[in-house]
Design a protein around this ligand. Structure first.
Ligand code: NAD
Ligand code: ZN
Length: 366
C-alpha cells in the first residue's frame, strides 16, 4: 500500500492506494466511522459488486452499515439528487462530527461530498473511489459539485475528505471503457508536469490497463501525488497553478458539448482527444515540435483511447466547436486562456489564445 499525504493550509489527509482496502474498511477508517448506522452512499452498479463485501467487513467489526443506493449516472448530480441524499442523511441522524462514506465514481463522490459540505453546515466524509478516474482525480482535491441547467459543476463547494481509500480491487469490476477513460487523466499528469512519468505510461500503460496490480499502484500513486502537489500549491484555484490540471479540458469540453455530454464520448475520451489537440496546437504555435505532439497522440492511441477528432464524424466546423469553449470561460476580446505545452512534461497557461486561430486549427483537424 502507498500512502500519499495531502497537505493543505488548514488540514491534511491521507490518500491510501492498494489492494484489499475495502475489505479492511473498519481498520482503515478507525474512529472516523461511527459504530451505529454508518451512512454509505453508492450507486446501483457499484452496489452490485461491492455492497456485500463492504457490508460484511463492517458487520464483522460490529458496525451497522446503512445504504443509500442511487441510480447510476450523471443524472444523480442534481438538486433533486442532493435533496435525496441530505434528507436521507438527516433521517439517519448524521451529526456534524460524523463521517459520510462515498462509495463509487466521481458522480457519487462529487454529490456526497457536496451533501457533506452543507449538512449541518459541514460534516465529515470519506472517499472510497471505485473508478480509475475517481481514484486519480475526483476524490482528491476537495472539489464537490452538482450540475444545473446552466452547466456542469456550477453549484458546489471546496470540501476536503477526511480520508481517501483507493482500492485497486474495485478496478477489477470496472468496465474496460471506463478504465481507459480514467487512464486519460493518468497520461495527463505525465504530459502536464512529469516527462519521466509520461515515458513510463508509454512503456507500461497497456500492462496497467490489462490489470497489472504493480503498474496500477504506480499509476494511481503517481497521479495522486501529482494532483496533491498542485492542489497544495493552489487549493482554491486562485494562482493559476491548479488550472494546469485542465490540460486537454478546453478542447475536450467543446467535444463533450458537441456530442451532448452523452455516452458517445465519455469525459476521459474527450480529454484524451483534447490533449492531442492541445499538443498539436502547441506545435502549431511553435512551442513544441511536431514530433512531440505526435508522441502524445501515439501514447493516447496506443491505450485504445480516441486520438483523432476526424474519426468522430462530427457535424460541426471549427467555429462551432470553438463557440462551445466560451460557455465555461471568460472571453476577453476574442481570446481565451488555454493550457498548452512548452515541452512534454511542462504545461503552461497561455492567457491569450485567439479563438479565431483555434477555430482555423480545428477546421484542419476535422
Ligand atoms: P461515474 O461515477 O458515473 O462512474 C462511471 C460508471 O462506472 C458508472 O456507471 C458507475 O456506476 C460505474 N462504476 C463505478 N465504479 C464501478 C466499479 N468499481 N465496478 C463497476 N462499475 C462501476 O463517473 P466517473 O468517471 O467516475 O466520474 C465522473 C464525474 O466526476 C463527473 O461528474 C465529473 O464532473 C466528476 N469529476 C470531478 C472532479 C473533481 O475534482 N471533483 C474531477 C474530475 C471529474
Ligand atoms: Zn477531467
Amino acid at each position: 500500500m502507498a500512502v500519499i499525504p495531502v497537505a493543505l493550509a488548514g488540514r491534511a489527509y491521507e490518500v491510501r492506494v492498494g489492494s484489499g482496502l475495502l475489505a479492511d474498511l473498519p481498520a482503515q477508517c478507525g474512529p472516523l466511522l461511527r459504530k451505529e448506522r454508518v451512512p454509505i452512499v453508492t450507486d446501483a452498479n457499484v452496489a452490485r459488486h461491492w455492497q456485500e463485501p463492504v457490508a460484511q467487513a463492517l458487520l464483522a467489526a460490529g458496525h451497522e452499515p446503512r445504504w443509500l443506493v442511487l441510480d447510476p449516472g450523471e443524472g444523480a448530480k442534481t438538486w433533486q439528487g442532493l435533496e435525496r441524499v441530505t434528507d436521507w442523511l438527516l433521517a439517519e441522524e448524521v451529526e456534524r462530527g460524523d463521517h459520510i462514506v462515498a462509495l463509487g465514481g466521481g458522480v457519487i463522490g462529487d454529490l456526497t461530498g457536496f451533501a457533506a459540505s452543507v449538512l449541518k453546515r459541514g460534516c465529515g466524509f470519506i472517499q472510497l473511489p471505485t473508478t480509475l478516474l475517481a481514484q486519480v482525480d475526483s476524490s482528491v482535491g476537495g472539489k464537490t459539485a452538482i450540475n444545473t441547467a446552466a452547466g456542469k459543476n456550477l453549484i458546489g463547494a471546496f470540501h476536503q475528505p477526511a480520508l481517501v481509500l483507493a482500492d485497486l480491487d474495485a478496478l477489477t469490476t470496472l468496465p474496460k471503457r471506463e478504465m481507459r477513460a480514467g487512464y486519460a487523466e493518468v497520461i495527463k499528469y505525465g504530459t502536464l508536469g512529469d516527462a519521466e512519468f509520461f515515458a513510463w505510461c508509454e512503456e507500461h500503460g497497456a500492462e496497467m490497463l490489462a490489470g497489472d496490480r504493480v503498474r496500477q499502484e504506480r499509476a494511481v500513486t503517481a497521479s495522486v501525488e501529482a494532483k496533491a502537489r498542485i492542489v497544495a500549491e493552489d487549493e482554491r484555484e486562485t494562482t493559476g497553478k491548479r488550472a494546469l490540471l485542465n490540460l486537454g479540458h478546453t478542447f475536450g469540453h467543446a467535444l463533450e458539448a458537441e456530442t451532448g455530454f452523452s455516452d458517445r464520448l465519455l469525459h476521459g475520451e474527450a480529454v484524451a482527444l483534447g490533449m492531442v489537440l492541445a499538443a498539436r496546437y502547441s506545435a502549431r504555435r511553435g512551442y513544441i515540435s511536431d514530433a512531440d505532439a505526435e508522441r502524445v497522440a501515439s501514447a493516447i492511441a496506443a491505450s485504445g483511447l480516441p486520438s483523432e477528432i476526424a474519426a468522430l464524424g462530427l457535424d460541426a466546423d471549427g467555429k462551432a466547436l470553438a463557440a462551445h469553449m466560451l460557455h465555461d470561460k471568460k472571453m476577453d476580446a476574442g481570446t481565451l486562456p488555454f493550457v498548452l505545452l512548452a515541452a512534454i512534461g511542462q504545461a503552461f497557461l497561455d492567457k491569450d489564445v485567439s479563438l479565431d486561430d483555434v477555430a482555423r486549427f480545428l477546421d484542419e483537424e476535422l
